[in-house]
Design a protein around this ligand. Structure first.
Ligand SMILES: [Zn+2]
Length: 327
């Protein structure tokens, strides 16, 4: 099995992979762990592997067969997702009744039907009692995958009939390397996030402010490269997300200033641990223009009118940057 986007957890991967290769995957699985550890990611991988038509079980989910493509798009008929509803967010007896009515039909395309039950917010006792018989004597070719913060959320009767796999956060270094790549932030920033969240990748990625910081940094990188290497159209396209995200504008401008500052230092011969983008920018633009770009972006980072027309502001910003860059 392949575990794209699911980091760490080597022992758990080995166990699941081995069982899957031997066609011995349990018919009822519980993936337990706190929010952000990748329960739904792993559940999705297992579901896609189960319906994959690729043939090679060690490479499943292959990602390219028609089944994988439909599954990735969320439209595979044999993968059903059951989530909670209502104020409590718990899975209701009615939702479970639908599963029961459905589980005895034959799969439409794959050899198996997979039910993903996301129990993060709980599941009513009535719902669990209804599920019990189905899990005790499952129809052939049906796999149930539960996700929950802890096994305790399930009644002991259900718990004793599912095989529990407990997810853990990867090593902080490993989590940081993944997040740095995924969010386009420096390894240093990623390590700080990793230490803060003890390697919990979901929290690292979605952490409100840090998530925005990562987004601003990524966007700034794209804008800087479009300015240095691309056309006017490339620059406008790179900056377009700022039109719809007003608070992101000053953050992105601030990040741009840091990029241009690094490019200036590189251009002036300062030896530093250079990252790819400032290096590429420094190769394309003269020092005096880079210095003026620092000033310009600093000015825009501090400039944010409450009622600014964002489309006009972003367009003007791009035009000023190109002019300043000597384009
Ligand atoms: Zn496939």
């Amino acid at each position: 099995m392949q575990f794209e986007n699911f980091v760490g957890n080597a022992a758990l991967k080995k166990a699941l992979s081995g069982a899957f290769s031997r066609r011995m995957l349990p018919h009822a699985i519980l993936l337990a762990g706190e929010a952000g550890l990748g329960k739904r990611t792993l559940a999705g991988i297992l579901a896609r592997a189960a319906v994959c038509r690729g043939g090679d079980r060690t490479a499943a989910p292959c990602g390219v067969c028609p089944s994988c493509i439909r599954a990735a798009a969320g439209s595979h008929p044999d993968i059903r997702i059951v989530t909670g509803s209502g104020a409590s967010g718990a899975i209701s007896a009615e939702s479970v009744e639908k599963v029961i009515g459905d589980a005895y039909r034959r799969p439409e395309e794959a050899d198996v039907s997979v039910y993903l039950l996301f129990v993060e917010k709980g599941i009513s006792d009535a719902a669990q009692n209804k599920l019990l018989k189905l899990i005790e004597e499952p129809p052939p070719g049906v796999i149930f995958i539960f996700t929950a913060p802890s096994a305790d959320i399930l009644l002991s009767t259900i718990r004793s009939r599912v095989q529990t796999f407990t997810l853990r956060a990867p090593e902080e270094q490993e989590a940081a390397a993944y997040v740095a790549e995924k969010a386009g932030i420096s390894m240093e920033d990623a390590l700080a996030l990793s230490a803060l969240h003890r390697g919990n990748i979901g929290r690292m990625l979605s952490d409100g402010e840090n998530g925005r910081a990562a987004k601003a940094a990524r966007l700034a990188g794209e804008i800087a490269l479009a300015l240095a290497e691309g056309t006017e159209h490339d620059l406008l396209a790179a900056a377009a997300p700022l039109i719809k995200d007003k608070p992101l504008f000053p953050e992105a401008a601030d990040r741009l200033q840091l990029l241009f500052r690094d490019a200036c230092m590189l251009k002036s011969g300062v030896r530093m641990d250079a990252q790819d983008i400032p290096l590429r920018v420094s190769r394309r633009l003269p020092l005096k223009n880079l210095l003026r770009l620092c000033d310009l972006t600093a000015q825009y980072a501090g400039y944010m009118q409450r009622n600014a027309n964002m489309a006009l502001l972003v367009t003007a910003f791009c035009a000023k940057m190109r002019e300043t860059a000597g384009k």
